[in-house]
Design a binder for this molecule. Sequence first.
Ligand code: ASP
Length: 438
Amino acid sequence: MTLTKKIIIFMVVGAIVGLIINLTGLMDWSLGVSNDLFETSKTYLVKDYLVGGVFYVIGKVFLYALQMLVVPLVFVSLFCGTTALNDPAMLGKLGGKTLILYLLTTAIAISIAISFAYLFNPGVGFDLPTDLEYTAKQAPPFVEVLINLVPRNPVQAMATGNMLQIIVFSILLGLAATMAGKPGERIISLFEDFNVVIMKLVKMVMELAPYAVFALIAKVFAEIGVEAISKLSMYFFTVMVALFIHALIVYPTMLTVLGKLNPIKFLMKMRTPMTFAFGTASSNATIPVTMRTVTERMGVDKAVGSFSIPFGATINMDGTSIMQGVATVFIAQAYGIDLTLTQLGTVVLMATMASIGTAGVPGVGLIMLATVLTQVGIPVEGIGIIIGVDRLLDMTRTAVNVTGDCAVTCIVAKSEGKLDMDVFNDPGAGVIEEEHTY
Ligand code: ASP
C-alpha cells in the first residue's frame, strides 16, 4: 500500500472515531466523583486520557517533528536551488511571475467568496448573541512587512521561523556562493549533501503520518461543537462551497489553460499534502510535504519548488481569503450593515495584502480578518460569532491554501521549462511505499 492511501484511510477512521466519541457523549463519561477535602474533581476517561492524552500527545509530537524540518529544509534547499539556477535574472523572473499569480489567485478566491456570500446571504436574520467578546490582534502593516523582508539577524529569523526573511537570506547567500569561486563551490557541495540528508529525514517523518493524522483528526472531531456548527450552518456551508469551487474548478481551469497540464493528475498527487494540511491546519508545518510533492511527485525543478512553496505558505492563502470574504459579508449582515461596492473592493484588497505579512499557522486567518473588518468599519467583536466553528474551516482552507501554492508552482515551472513532464504524468513518481525505505 502506498503511504497516501494509508494516510487517507487513517484520516477517515480518525474522523469516524472522533465523531462517535462526540455524538455518543463519551467525552462526558466520568469515573465518578472523587471528593477530597478541598475540591471535588471528576476524572473523564475519554476526554482526559484518550482525546486530551493519547491523541493530543501523538498529534503534537508529529506536528513538532514536521515543524522541526521546516527551517533547515527551506534554508538548505533554497540555497541549493539558487546555486543550481545560478541566474539572478531568471530568479527575478520566477519570483515576479510567482508573486503575480499568488496575488491573482487570492483576489479571485475572495471575489468568489463574496459572490457566494451574497447568493446565500448567511447572515441575514441571524440572531446576534449579546455577550460577544473578541480582542483583536492586528496583522502587521504593509510597510513593516516590506522593511522586515531584510533579516537583520538571520539566526533570529531562523529561531522564530520568519519565512520571508529566511527566504531572502537563503537566496542572497546562494547567489554569493555562486560568485565566490572555490570556497563557494565547497560550501555548495556541503549544502547539497545536507539537502539529501534532510529530504531523507522528511521521508522518515512522513512515514509516521498515518497514526498522527488519525490522532489529530480524531481529536478535532471528538471536540468539535456540532451544535455550534448547526447554528452557523449557513456560514459554514457558504465557506465550504466556495472552498470546493476554488479547489476543484478554479485551479484545474488555471492548470489547463495557463499550464496545459492535466488537472486530474495534479489533484491525485495533491492528496498527501492536502491531508497533511487538513490534519495540521498549518501550511507552514506542511512545507516539507508540499515541497517534496512538487519536486519529487510532480517534477518541478528544485530551484523553483524550493522557492515558491515556502513563499506561498506565507503569502498565498486563497482558502483563508475565502473565509474572510464570506465572514465579512456574514458579520456585516448579522449586524445589519450594508456594504458598499467600494467597501467590498477594500475587502478584496485588504485580504490580499494581509495575507502577505502573516505566516501560515493555525487560526491566523482570524487575525487577518480583524484587520479587514477594521478597515471597512465592521465591529471586530463579530469574529466572536464564528470563532467556535473555525477549526474545521481552518483545516479545510489550509488544504486549499497548499493546493494553490502547488498549482501556481506547477504553472510557473511549466512556463519556464522547469517542469519534468514525464514525472508529472507518471502517477507512481516519487510515491513512498509502505515498507520502510530507510
Ligand atoms: N491555517 C491557515 C494556514 O496555515 C491559515 C488560516 O487560514 O488561519 O494556511
